[in-house]
Design a protein around this ligand. Structure first.
Ligand code: G4P
Length: 298
C-alpha cells in the first residue's frame, strides 16, 4: 500500500508465553506421527507461525485452510497451489458448517501411508496414528476438532497466551488427535501482520487503535476490493482520499452523524470491522501468495 497514506500505529505485542508454548510443542512432537496446522484462509501468511517449520523438523505436515466460507475462492485456490508446491498436503474447510472436514481422516491416512505400511510390516497394524493439531488463537481449532470427532471433544475459546492442558482426542480406532498443547503464537513481525490478525479476530482489535485499523482496512479494500465498498456502503472510493476520509464517506452514507456536519468515524470503523467479521462485505481475502499483498509496503 502507498506509504504516504498508510497510517502507522503502536501495537502492544505479547512478549511472554511464546517460549513455554514452543517448549510444549517440542516436547510433544515426539509423540505424534504428523503435524496439522490450521490457518485462516483469508490470511495464510499472517496466521502461520514460520517457527513451526523448524519445530516440526521432518514430521509429515498437513495444512488446513479454514474459514474458506469467508475467503475469496480465487485467493484460496492460489494459496492451495502455493502450499502444495512447497510439499504440504492441503485441505480447505469451513469448520463451522463442517464443509471439507470429512476429507481430513482420508488425507491423514494418505499422508502417513508409509507409516501405516511400516506398522503393518512390524505386526502393529492396529496401532493408531497420532496427529498434533496446531494453530494460532481463534483460528477454529476447537470447532475443527469437534467436527472431526463428531462430538464436543475440544474446549473452545482460547485466550492468547493461555496454554491449555494436553488432551488426546480419539477419532476412530486408527486415529488420535493431540489438541494443541501450546497455542501457536502468531508471529508479529510487522504492523501489517498485527492488523491482519486483528481484522480476523486472532488478536483483539482493542490492542490496536480501532479507527486507524479501520482506516487502513479502507485503503486495503479500495485497492483490492473496491466493489465491496460500493456494494455495501454505496460510495465509490475516491483514489485521493486517505483512510479516515474513506471512513467518513461511508459514515455519511450510513447517516452516522455526531453533530451537524460531523460524522462518527469511530462508529464507522467499528461497523466496518464487525461487518467484515460477519462476512457481510463478501468473501474477501487479505493476503495473496506472491504479489506482496501484505508486509511489503506495496
Ligand atoms: P480456537 O479453538 O482456534 O481458538 O477457535 P474456535 O474453534 O473457538 O473458533 C473461533 C470462532 O471461529 C468461533 O466462533 C467459531 O465458530 C468460528 N469458526 C471456526 N471455524 C470457522 C469457519 O470455518 N468459518 C467461520 N465462518 N467461522 C469459523 P465464535 O465463538 O462465535 O467467535 P467469533 O465468531 O466471534 O470469532
Amino acid at each position: 500500500m502507498a506509504e504516504s497514506s498508510y497510517e502507522k500505529m503502536n501495537i502492544q505485542w505479547f512478549p511472554g508465553h511464546m517460549t513455554k508454548a514452543q517448549r510444549m510443542i517440542e516436547e510433544n512432537l515426539k509423540l505424534v506421527d504428523a503435524v496439522c496446522e490450521i490457518l485462516d484462509a483469508r490470511i495464510p501468511r499472517s496466521s502461520r507461525n514460520p517457527d513451526i517449520d523448524r519445530l516440526a523438523g521432518d514430521k509429515p505436515r498437513l495444512l488446513i485452510l479454514n474459514r474458506v466460507d469467508l475467503a475469496d475462492p480465487e485467493a484460496t485456490a492460489r494459496w492451495r497451489r502455493h502450499f502444495e508446491g512447497q510439499g504440504f498436503s492441503v485441505l480447505e474447510t469451513d469448520a463451522k458448517s463442517g464443509r471439507g472436514v470429512k476429507e481430513f481422516v482420508p488425507a491423514v491416512r494418505r499422508l502417513l501411508k508409509d507409516k501405516l505400511e511400516q506398522y503393518e510390516a512390524k505386526g502393529q497394524g492396529g496401532r493408531p496414528l497420532r496427529v498434533m493439531i496446531l494453530g494460532i488463537p481463534n483460528v477454529g481449532k476447537s470447532t475443527f476438532i469437534n467436527k472431526v470427532a463428531g462430538r464436543k471433544a475440544a474446549v473452545a475459546g482460547d485466550k492468547p497466551g493461555v496454554t491449555r492442558g494436553k488432551q488426546w482426542i480419539n477419532i476412530d480406532k486408527g486415529l488420535d488427535l493431540l489438541d494443541t498443547p501450546g497455542i501457536l503464537w502468531p508471529k508479529f513481525d510487522s504492523q501489517e501482520v498485527g492488523e491482519m490478525l486483528a481484522l480476523t479476530n486472532a488478536i483483539k482489535a482493542d490492542v490496536l487503535d480501532k479507527e486507524t485499523l479501520g482506516a487502513n482496512f479502507m485503503l486495503r479494500l479500495r485497492e483490492y476490493y473496491p466493489q465491496a465498498l460500493t456494494e455495501r456502503y454505496k460510495f465509490t472510493p475516491d483514489p485521493e482520499q486517505n483512510g479516515f476520509e474513506l471512513l467518513e464517506a461511508a459514515a455519511k452514507k450510513r447517516g452516522f452523524l455526531v453533530s451537524k456536519g460531523e460524522y462518527d468515524i469511530e462508529r464507522m470503523a467499528n461497523t466496518l470491522l464487525g461487518e467484515y467479521h460477519d462476512g457481510k462485505l463478501g468473501r474477501l481475502s487479505l493476503e495473496q501468495p506472491d504479489d506482496g499483498f501484505v508486509g511489503t509496503g506495496k
